[in-house]
Design a binder for this molecule. Structure first.
Ligand code: HXC
Ligand code: NAP
Length: 288
């Protein structure tokens, strides 16, 4: 058994229908692929219909599952309503929404225009909130249960320089997750989040580590486990949290980062740079 393998049993999500925002690329694509492998049907949405269509074709071929690509800018409420309508028309009921779409870029905050700040907030916080609201209202009206899974980051609670709009927006998404976990539990609607550490994707890494920054700042080195994430291990966690196996998990944010954020937080964690010889010298100094 390895972390690069699928975790749930075959057919575990048979009969389930999910919507994945940002499902055409990167982590959204990988999570969608695993949901399909487990027997679910998935609507993938984002702004670029050509990307969605070719992903849908590839994933159907690779998994034998059913994918419905629907263009939707998460900033546009009418388009969100249309996605839900099309999903229900095709499959009757939606069982879960994976809010994965995001926009981000790296910049000293004082260089950002107010429009730049809003661009990220609108996609990440308002887009997630609007999709969640539309889906939640639908489930409540139809007396259906459902599950939300929101992709945040570890800087949702620490904050982070140089990605400040994203940090503000993801913190809001985490607050949304925890708030609705309690408020909508009475309708049988669960809300959880995943906070991934570094998982290589073209979309995130070309924006966050452009040019030769990727070589200068090897993210694997920041991780106590000395590696970046594998898409399958994130997909395993997402499938579990979207499935009924996690029926009692509600309001949780699961970090999957190899210990990265805690390494930055612990006062003395930098001492892992101290060699065994140096520790020997320290012990000698205290007369051991
Ligand atoms: C500063 C920038 C900028 C940049 C755009 N802007 N890029 N400012 N640095 N790199 C400014 C523009 O000048 C403009 O302001 C305003 O932002 C809006 O720009 P548009 O291009 O019109 O916006 P839009 O088309 O809505 O594009 C949204 C976007 C774009 C966020 C700017 O990057 C995008 O579509 N990204 C989607 C995919 C993505 O970002 N994926 C990564 C998710 S990764 P002015 O004032 O000039 O009009 C992630 C990982 C986290 O979140 C953790 C990793 C470890
Ligand atoms: P990605 O491939 O760039 O994914 C972002 C997706 O969001 C794209 O498919 C994009 O598609 C879609 N999107 C952007 N703006 C949108 C809008 N206005 N409406 C609808 N869809 C929109 O990057 P990724 O790395 O896979 O990121 C996926 C998620 O993981 C994000 O929430 C990100 O914050 C999170 N995350 C990633 C990492 C990492 O290391 N990769 C770490 C922590 C968290 P279109 O351009 O077609 O719209």
């Amino acid at each position: 058994m390895q972390y690069t393998e699928g975790m749930l049993r075959e057919g575990a999500l048979k009969g389930k229908n999910y919507i994945v925002t940002g499902g055409g690329t990167g982590l959204g694509r990988s999570m969608t692929k695993y949901l399909l492998e487990l027997g679910a049907q998935v609507v993938i949405t984002s702004r670029k219909i050509d990307v969605l269509q070719s992903t849908a074709k590839e994933l159907e071929k690779e998994t034998g599952g059913k994918v419905l690509p629907v263009a939707c800018d998460v900033r546009e409420n009418e388009q969100i309503e249309e996605v839900i309508k099309q999903a229900e028309a095709e499959w009757g009921q939606v069982h879960g929404l994976l809010n994965n779409a995001a926009g981000n870029f790296i910049s000293p905050t004082e260089r950002l225009s107010h429009r730049a700040f809003s661009a990220v907030l609108d996609i990440v916080l308002k887009g997630t909130a609007q999709f969640t609201l539309a889906m939640g209202k639908r489930w409540i009206d139809q007396k259906q249960t459902g599950v939300f899974l929101n992709i945040v980051t570890t800087y949702s609670w620490t904050g982070s320089g140089y990605v400040v709009p994203s940090a503000c927006a993801k913190a809001g998404v985490l607050a949304l997750t925890r708030s609705l976990a309690v408020e909508w539990a009475k309708y049988g609607i669960r809300s959880n989040a995943i906070a991934p550490g570094p998982f290589p994707t073209e979309g995130a890494w070309s924006r966050l580590l452009p040019g030769d920054l990727a070589e200068k700042f090897d993210l694997a080195k920041r991780v106590p486990l000395k590696r970046v994430g594998e898409h399958q291990e994130l997909a395993n966690l997402a499938a579990y949290l979207l499935s009924d196996f996690s029926a009692f998990v509600n309001g949780e944010v699961v970090t999957i980062d190899g210990g990265e954020w805690l390494k930055g937080a612990g006062e003395f964690n930098m001492l892992d740079m101290v060699s065994p010889d140096m520790w020997d010298a320290v012990e000698k100094m205290r007369g051991k």
